[in-house]
Design a protein around this ligand. Structure first.
Ligand code: ACO
Length: 311
């Protein structure tokens, strides 16, 4: 890239201007955005699976309606994000193929199973809580279509987080068996939620360039710390115990000290060896294959209409 163009581009970013799809941008900026927005979109789509698993088993009609609406919202988030990525010159089909072949990642969290109804609470509270912590700053990201998609997504995510916490409140103040289920869900989802923010800063290959370009607004460790600080008092309010014996408030730093997740497990999940990794990709591949007749029908219909118009 021409150094003068690069400097002018960086000056726009530094001045807080939004970059729009038709503006000049360095190839690296475009590639990083396609990778991050694409991965984010895939996460929304794959993220429907662990919760979709409980729609038919929700304990009441009301809980079922809420869960159904939430899972549909996630589909919508995936679609806005694919549209934002498409403005960078990649098609939704290309992105989908990269997900289905395992070439592109989706968030590690969705490779974990949802074993009980309390997991619906933990997913809403912790997973959507971690997602908002990461996404609120992304509303100010430098790429216009991504930042605008984030504004709507964050509004919906905050409803998702509250519905999760509401399930946790019901479970934690219910029968001893329900409280045990709530604690068990927190035990299983705590560290995987901390992993959502990505590897520790020293192992984050993309952070410094992405932050200079304002594609990312914070480092992985900054957001992880903010999440812990926000979530520990919420666990206390529920009367539940965060599964970290070393967790404690530090007066000097004004933050909680906490144990790092098991990074070996994280990198295993990233390489496709998470507990549900194979199952998730299988489900997405099956949905894509099962939908082939719809895509073919739509194309045939469009072709017929085009032929009629030109006749
Ligand atoms: N799950 C899967 N892969 C991850 C995760 C994770 N939790 N965290 C990091 N990675 C991957 C990165 O994609 C990168 O791999 P790649 O080069 O093959 O793409 C590698 O690990 C190194 O990490 P970083 O250099 O720290 O990567 P990056 O700067 O992209 O930061 C982060 C990762 C924080 C997830 C960033 O991409 C981001 O903010 N994305 C947007 C939000 C998002 O995707 N959320 C999805 C989950 S929330 C939800 O959908 C409900």
């Amino acid at each position: 890239d021409d150094p003068e163009k690069l400097a002018a581009f960086q000056a726009r970013i530094d001045a807080g201007e939004k970059i729009e799809p038709k503006d000049w941008m360095p190839e690296g900026y475009r590639k990083t955005l396609i990778r991050q927005i694409g991965q984010h979109a895939h996460s929304e789509i794959v993220g429907q699976l662990p919760e979709g698993n409980w729609i038919t088993r929700a304990p009441t009609l009301e809980r079922k309606q809420i869960l159904l609406a939430k899972v549909q919202d996630e589909a919508g988030h995936g679609l806005y994000l694919y549209c934002a990525a498409e403005t960078l010159g990649v098609s939704r089909d290309e992105l989908t193929e990269m997900l289905l072949s395992g070439k592109m990642k989706y968030s590690s969290i969705f490779s974990y199973p949802t074993l009980t109804w309390a997991d619906m609470g933990a997913v809403g509270w912790l997973v959507d809580g971690a997602a908002i912590m990461n996404q609120v700053p992304l509303q100010r990201t430098s790429f216009g279509p991504y930042s605008r998609a984030m504004i709507r997504i964050c509004k919906e995510e905050s409803f998702h987080q509250r519905q999760g916490y509401d399930i946790m409140m019901k479970m934690a103040s219910g029968t001893p068996e329900q409280k045990r289920m709530a604690q068990d869900a927190l035990n299983r989802f705590w560290y995987p939620s901390l992993m959502m923010f990505g590897p520790s800063d020293k192992d984050s290959v993309h952070s410094s360039q992405s932050m200079a370009w304002k594609i990312k607004m914070n480092t992985n460790d900054e957001l992880r710390q903010k999440f812990v600080d926000q979530t520990v008092p919420q666990a206390e309010y529920l009367g539940l115990t965060v599964p970290d014996p070393d967790l404690k408030w530090n007066d000097e730093t004004g933050h909680y000290d906490f144990s790092e997740p098991d990074w070996t497990e994280f990198f295993e999940v990233l390489s496709g060896n998470g507990p549900c990794s194979a199952e998730r990709l299988e489900a997405r591949n099956k949905a894509w294959d099962d939908g082939a007749w719809v895509r073919e029908g739509m194309l045939a219909h469009a072709e017929k209409k085009r032929a009629l118009k030109t006749a």
